[in-house]
Design a binder for this molecule. Structure first.
Ligand code: R5P
Length: 295
């Protein structure tokens, strides 16, 4: 019999369990451990080749380990002979290196898709991929899942504020325009340039923002905090007093939190695509909606 089963990888424990509860899917037993030398071990029990398996695992930091564990899980499903495998990648790592910005650079995003695609799976869903190029490497199997509805719900029903939503760079402008239109609020943006060698960020105001507004900076990824701290500093010099941050994938590497707070950001809210200190809202509903269309 074709039974729907959910395999939750170690990097998506909270989100995976939310998906299981919302959808009422049976969870599969995963044994996962790291040997003393750092190698990871995976054992999966309770799957038959006739089953339809949904596998959820984020490629959040440590990206390379979480990618390898995902490959290990896929390998087991292929060995069992499962034909119906749906991958859900809440955060797709390496998506920012989706082209050669400088000669000689590895196109890391393409490598990730090639390595994953060396195993069989039927479909791959990626939550808010950084770029369309990054998922195009998977071909027709790939589909993105928008987190807009969960962001809107969080702003309207949980934060309950009338923000001016601000994009820290042109890359987020379309998303910010979409969110603010649905909120019925005003929006603004900054322009950003990043040094291709040092990674250092410089920003300028793109559209002036009323300094009496409560500002919500919105970004898809926060990594070193360089983009958001630079944006917040500029907003502060423009006289904006209250700045909060919503991001989808909160990586917060190194001293990102301190940088962002020191630059004047009051509150930080992130989704559960990357499970961490700032996880405040869930994208599980959007994932379940997509899965329901498939199964
Ligand atoms: C870049 O285009 C992304 O949307 C983010 O703004 C960027 O990845 C954030 O990185 P960081 O926190 O290191 O500035």
């Amino acid at each position: 019999m074709n039974t729907l089963k959910l395999l939750i990888g170690p990097s998506s424990n909270i989100l995976g369990n939310r998906v299981s509860e919302l959808m009422g899917i049976e969870k599969v037993n995963l044994t996962y451990k790291i040997f003393p030398d750092g190698e990871s071990y995976v054992k999966i029990d309770g799957i038959k080749k006739e089953d339809l398996v949904v596998l959820v695992n984020s490629l959040s930091p440590p990206q390379d380990r979480n990618l390898f564990v995902l490959l290990q899980m896929l390998s087991v499903l292929n060995d069992i002979g499962v034909k119906e495998i749906i991958l859900v990648i809440p955060y797709l790592a390496y998506a920012r290196q989706d082209k050669m910005f400088l000669p000689g650079e590895a196109i890391s995003s393409r490598i990730v898709s090639k390595v994953l695609s060396s195993f069989y799976f039927k479909k791959i869903f990626v939550v808010e991929p950084h770029s369309t190029e990054s998922i195009s490497f998977f071909g027709e199997k790939a589909e993105s899942i928008s987190a807009t509805n969960s962001v809107l719900y969080f702003i309207k029903e949980v934060l309950k504020k009338n923000y001016v939503v601000v994009a820290p760079d042109e890359g987020r402008l379309n998303k910010v325009a979409e969110i603010s239109k649905l909120l019925g609020s005003d929006y603004g943006w900054l322009t950003k340039s990043r040094n291709k060698y040092s990674g250092e960020v410089k920003s300028k105001i793109g559209k002036a923002i009323n300094s009496n507004s409560e500002v919500l900076l919105f970004d898809d990824i926060v990594s070193t905090g360089g983009t958001i701290s630079e944006a917040a500093k500029i907003l502060k010099t423009e006289g904006v007093k209250d700045i909060d941050l919503v991001c989808i994938h909160g990586l917060f590497v190194g001293n990102a939190e301190e940088r962002i707070k020191e630059a004047g950001v009051r509150n930080i809210f992130c989704s559960d695509t990357v499970e961490g200190k700032f996880t405040s809202f869930s994208v599980s509903r959007e994932i379940v909606e997509k899965l329901r269309q498939m199964v």
